[in-house]
Design a protein around this ligand. Structure first.
Ligand code: CA
Length: 231
């Protein structure tokens, strides 16, 4: 039997925290709850859980800041909860490195399905574990989880790395947003395809001219052909 995975639920609304915990426990997870962003960071440092469910609105540190600080030291999966159906919140959450988000009120079954999908991805087979892909000056090293452009290391969030890997690994082929969601995020149901767009935008911002990603209107994205070597 696989070891029990622990989920850390960071939520100050006790009713929601208990409700989420009950569903996760029923599904076989161990659950730890805290109402404090600061305590969450301490727990992540001392006894890292398998995944963090993080509410955006917390009394001490907000969820965005907690996520940003987790990302400084760790690739621990983070699922963000947001109270408002506000695109800006979602996008900001993904930009600080959350793996996924869910808007309240949510269906607890969907929450559990997303947690499973993220964990499957994180420990899963589809995540590249070894090998190197290059595109002009851009080098992706799966073993080291490292992205370089020339001599410069570019820090990518885990999903940004996986998305770029997936595109480069299928260079020249168009992948639809749904295909990318399924391969990179592990969704087997229709997720929010804007997640893909947000991550592509981040990659373009971080990589600048070295970004090999081409938008194929109405379909999805592809990695373009490698540039000719400069002479
Ligand atoms: Ca809250």
């Amino acid at each position: 039997m696989a070891p029990t995975q622990t989920i850390l639920v960071v939520e100050d609304e006790q009713a929601i925290a208990s409700f989420v915990a009950a569903y996760l426990r029923k599904d076989g997870f161990a659950v730890q709850i805290t109402a404090s962003g600061r305590e969450a960071l301490t727990l992540v440092g001392s006894e890292p859980p398998s995944l963090v469910i993080l509410d955006l609105m917390l009394p001490d540190l907000d969820g965005m800041e907690v996520c940003r600080r987790i990302r400084e030291t760790s690739t621990l999966p983070v699922l963000m909860l947001t109270a408002r159906d506000d695109d800006l919140d979602k996008i900001a959450g993904l930009e600080v490195g959350a793996d996924d988000y869910l808007t309240k009120p949510f269906n607890p079954r969907e929450l559990v399905a997303r947690v499973r999908a993220i964990l499957r991805r994180g420990g899963g087979k589809s995540r590249p574990e070894a090998g190197v892909l290059t595109h002009g000056d851009l080098v992706l090293d799966a073993g080291r989880r490292e992205c370089r452009v020339g001599d410069e290391e570019i820090r990518l969030a885990p999903k940004e790395f996986d998305l770029l890997w997936e595109l480069l690994d299928h260079r020249g082929f168009v992948l639809t947003r749904d295909q990318l969601l399924e391969r990179v995020w592990g969704y087997t149901f229709a997720g929010d395809t804007r997640t893909v767009d947000v991550h592509v935008r981040q990659l373009r911002r971080k990589l600048g001219d070295a970004a090999p990603i081409v938008t194929v209107w109405g379909i999805g994205y592809k990695a373009g052909p490698a540039p000719a070597p400069a002479d």
